[in-house]
Every structure is written in structure tokens, then in C-alpha cells.
Design a binder for this molecule. Structure first.
Ligand SMILES: [Cu+2]
Length: 293
């Protein structure tokens, strides 16, 4: 069974008064990957709160944005039953290596039941998890920008066969919203809720290895970025190698790009993390780490 892994979500969501949004971000307490995974993803329309008091009519996987984080080990067989209980035809398009019929692309594999999944219909995606790395899944129905911007996406983590070193693992899906439909985002965040981690900092321990799974899924803006204060991190692009390629404090990501980041905080205290694009930070994409003993 794949697990949604937002283990502290209940407490943090309640703190922010947020309903239906994926706020917290810990992966560490998830069940270890199993060789066979069965997961059900249900598309549905759902109103979510993107800032306390600001509602957004989202399209969701499993009534949340982002959808549940899927995790497997390289080579595991994934079986993902997709039920479209929404108001529009949708798909699940997984990044990774798989046969065409499992690609979740309209017009591809429809004779075998794949492709575009109509309202009230379902399809089971079945493929091996590979390559290891940090991937994503999202709806690929047209118009693509609308189906992504409405909230149909999530993170897909494939662990290397030998695993990664033990760490405090965090999921950060950089996303944004255009609640007034003017083709320009007004709200930016990681994991949907603007400014959430300003009010509820992400607590980590001094000197403990912290691993961040970072994805950019923002529509309407060509790039996004992640910057951390008072520290540097090792960057593993797409997570497909166990050797980092860069030691830095800022990464730039286009849409669909992702990185695994590893760092340790040598000092206690509060350290900001935010988009190094001032406009995005001012519109919600900023937060704090709180480093404790
Ligand atoms: Cu869709």
C-alpha cells in the first residue's frame, strides 16, 4: 500500500484553519516501500482554502492539493486505480519509464481503456517504478494548463534499490493559484497554503540530515526557485544520482523540474526559505525552518 505521507497534516491544517489542502510535508514516518503497491486515486471537484478565508474551486486527486505523495522502490510494481468522480474528463500522467498505454495521455492507448478517462469511468495504471528519482504525476487532459492549475498533481518518489541515508524527509510541492482567472497567479506557496510555514515553521533538529523533495508545478510563470537562509545544501537533480552535482543555497526550476536537496543546520534558530523571486515570496511563497536541539 502506498501511503499519503503528510503525517502532520491534521495538526498543521487545523492550526491554519485549512480544509482539503496538503500543508505539512514529512515523508519520514511513511511505511517502508513494499514490492507491490495498490493505490486508489479519485478525481473530484472540491473547494479548498489557499489562504485562510480565500477559497478556490479546485480539481483534486483524493480531495487534496497536492494529491497524495506516492512512494515506491525502483522495480516495484505499481497498480493505481483511477476513478474519475469529477466534472470533467481527466487522466493521470506519470513521469517515469512505462508503456504508452499507461502514459495517461489523451488519444494514446484508448483502445485498451487508457488515454482520457471520462466522467464516471475508471482505469488502472500498472507499471514498474523506474528510474529511481523524484518524479511527479499530473492530469494531462486538455487544456493542460487548466487541468494542472486547478490542482491535479502530486509527487512520485522512487527510492533507489539500496535506499538513501536516513534523514528527516520533507515534501515541498511549489504551486500557485489564479483565483480570479486573469491568467496571472495571485497566490504562491509550497503545498498550497500561502504563508503557512511563516505561521507554523517546519521544525528540524540541529545537525540532523534533512532531505527535501522539491518539485515545481506552477502554471503561468516560466520559472520558480527555492532559497534557504543561513545554510547551503547539496543538490541532486531529479534525484536520479546518489552523487550531488552542486553545493549552493538557491535552485531554479522550470515547470515539472525537481530536485532532491540535502542539508544539516549547524545552528539553532529560525531560518527563512522562500522563492528567490520577490514577487512570489510576497504573494505567499515563504516560510521558516525552526532548528531545535
Ligand atoms: Cu484533468
Amino acid at each position: 500500500m502506498l501511503r499519503g505521507t503528510f503525517t502532520r497534516r491534521g495538526a498543521l491544517s487545523a492550526a491554519a484553519g485549512v480544509v482539503g489542502a496538503g500543508v505539512a510535508a514529512r515523508l519520514s514516518e511513511a511505511a517502508p516501500p513494499q514490492p507491490h503497491h495498490h493505490q486508489e486515486l479519485v478525481a473530484s471537484d472540491k473547494e479548498i482554502e489557499i489562504i485562510p478565508g480565500v477559497k478556490y474551486a479546485a480539481w483534486t486527486y483524493n480531495a487534496r492539493v497536492p494529491g497524495p505523495t506516492l512512494r515506491a522502490r525502483e522495480g516495484d510494481l505499481l497498480r493505481i486505480r483511477f476513478i474519475n468522480a469529477g466534472s470533467h474528463p481527466h487522466t493521470i500522467h506519470f513521469h517515469g519509464i512505462h508503456p504508452a498505454v499507461m502514459d495517461g495521455t489523451p488519444g494514446v492507448g484508448e483502445e485498451a481503456g487508457g488515454g482520457l478517462i471520462d466522467v464516471g469511468k475508471e482505469f488502472t495504471y500498472e507499471f514498474e517504478a523506474r528510474p529511481f528519482g523524484l518524479h511527479l504525476y499530473h492530469c494531462h487532459a486538455l487544456p493542460l494548463a487548466e487541468h494542472i492549475a486547478k490542482g491535479l498533481y502530486g509527487m512520485f518518489v522512487v527510492d533507489p534499490p539500496q535506499g538513501r541515508p536516513p534523514a528527516d524527509e520533507l515534501v515541498m510541492v511549489q504551486n500557485a493559484f489564479d483565483p480570479n482567472f486573469d491568467e496571472d497567479n495571485e497566490v504562491y506557496a509550497v503545498n498550497t497554503v500561502a504563508f503557512h510555514f511563516m505561521n507554523t515553521p517546519v521544525r528540524v533538529r540541529r545537525n540532523e540530515l534533512v532531505r527535501i523533495y522539491l518539485v515545481n508545478i506552477v502554471e503561468l510563470d516560466p520559472i520558480n526557485s527555492f532559497h534557504v537562509h543561513g545554510n547551503f545544501f547539496h543538490r541532486f537533480p531529479t534525484g536520479t544520482s546518489l552523487e550531488p552535482t552542486e553545493y549552493t543555497d538557491t535552485v531554479i526550476q522550470g515547470q515539472g523540474q525537481r530536485d532532491v536537496l540535502e542539508l544539516r543546520f549547524p545552528f539553532t534558530g529560525r531560518y527563512m526559505f522562500h522563492a528567490h523571486k520577490s514577487e512570489f515570496a510576497a504573494l505567499g511563497w515563504m516560510g521558516f525552518f525552526e532548528v531545535v536541539e
